[in-house]
Design a binder for this molecule. Structure first.
Ligand SMILES: Cc1cc2nc3c(=O)[nH]c(=O)nc-3n(C[C@H](O)[C@H](O)[C@H](O)COP(=O)(O)O)c2cc1C
Length: 372
């Protein structure tokens, strides 16, 4: 039966069902694909490209590839600098600093290369660890290409809101706490994504069930989209009951044909129980929920507290790169949420999208039997 699930957010975004596929970037490239984004948008939801790991030229090419596949609205998700004045940080300098100031961490990473037979000279190819220059170039592509929806992942979106609005672009801000949501609204975002700790990738400490109603209360009438732990109609119905006007699902789409994932990473997620998806700082220095693999375990066992971003990011981006070059994909950082424990197998992104909406409509009808 076709879904009739529809909220005011659908009118704002120009979509038919309030199902948003989360932008999922990575160090180099993207876990999302033009095929995924277009399929979700064609199914009536909002597909979103995770663009953080793309050069400006790659991002423009992906946006055009999406447009070749669909004329429906879609989004691009990017990391943005906290301030326009932030300077670029060279990776080589960060490597030197870790070696000199944090010798135990350096020794641990070198021992990981040896243990897994990887080449420590296979450095991550990008020159910059943090590059506000790149982030500004990426944001410029979003504006020039008039991408319908821009999603700001980290940082303060205040500087990008005016030029985005000038082009008719809707701006959404990711948030893991009520305080941050208020700051996002003060910066001028049109929609807040309330992401609970269950989520895959970088995440806060507040659970979705507790976070969403608090953010809804704080930012009303700005629409809120719920994220973290939602992968079927039950989760969508719960999010709407909490006051959200839509959902932003990442992990659900990792179980799609269109996700850019190496097979061993798919296998890890497929076999994962909820407790295998652990938030830790071993790969980036910021809490990120990932499949707890041998590398994350080695950091725990070492007793060392991982360094902060960008130091931990740089040494582990190098490690990820060396593992990828060697085809040891099971050692690469593999973000995913607790809901992976419920999921298995592969479906099309279109089917996942339709099932989320139709499942929610069925659940909402079903729970009405409890109302007397
Ligand atoms: C593989 C992966 C990569 C992610 N990368 C990003 C990113 O680049 N930007 C961002 O805003 N969120 C990122 N996230 C978080 C998602 O946008 C989203 O908030 C999260 O997946 C929702 O929770 P769920 O995984 O339980 O569905 C990522 C999540 C995953 C699983």
């Amino acid at each position: 039966m076709p879904s009739s699930l529809r909220t005011p957010l659908c009118d704002l975004l120009g979509i038919e069902i309030p199902i948003l596929q989360a932008g999922m970037g990575r160090g180099l490239g993207s876990t999302t694909s033009a095929a995924m984004v277009a399929a979700v948008s064609e199914a009536g939801g909002l597909g979103c490209l995770g663009g953080a790991g793309l050069s400006a030229d790659q991002l423009r090419a992906e946006v055009r590839a999406i447009r070749a596949l669909t004329s429906k609205p879609f989004g691009v998700d990017l990391l943005i600098p906290a301030s326009l004045a932030d300077a670029d940080v060279p990776r080589e300098e960060v490597r030197r600093q870790v070696q000199q100031r944090h010798p135990q961490h350096w020794v641990l990473v070198m021992s990981l290369y040896e243990r897994f037979g990887l080449d420590p000279e296979n450095h991550h190819p990008n020159e910059w660890a943090i590059s506000p220059t790149l982030m500004r170039e990426q944001a410029a592509v979003v504006i020039e290409e008039k991408v319908p929806v821009f999603v700001a992942a980290l940082g303060d979106p205040a500087w990008i809101v005016p030029p985005a609005h000038e082009q008719g672009i809707i701006v959404m801000g990711m948030s893991g706490s009520p305080g941050n949501a208020r700051r996002q609204v003060a910066a001028g975002v049109d929609v807040v994504v309330a992401q609970g700790t269950e989520a895959g990738g970088h995440t806060g400490t507040i659970a979705t069930l507790a976070l969403v109603p608090q953010i809804v209360d704080q930012v009303s009438p700005i629409p809120v989209v719920a994220a973290g732990g939602i992968a079927d109609g039950r989760g969508v119905a719960a999010a709407l009951a909490l006051g959200a006007q839509g959902v932003w699902c990442g992990t659900a789409y990792l179980f799609s044909h269109e996700a850019n994932l190496h097979q061993p990473m798919r296998d890890q997620l497929d076999g994962a129980k909820a407790r295998d998806m652990i938030a830790g700082t071993s790969y980036t220095g910021k809490p990120s929920r990932i499949y707890y693999n041998e590398v994350a375990k080695a950091w725990t066992d070492s007793g060392l507290v991982p360094l902060e971003m960008p130091h931990q990011t740089v040494i582990m981006d190098d490690f990820n790169h060396a593992a990828e070059v060697a085809g040891r994909y099971e050692l690469i950082q593999n973000p995913g949420g607790q809901i992976a424990g419920m999921l298995s197998g592969l479906r099309s992104s279109a089917e996942i999208t339709r099932d989320l909406a139709e499942g929610a409509a069925a659940v909402i009808r079903d729970v009405q039997r409890f109302v007397r």
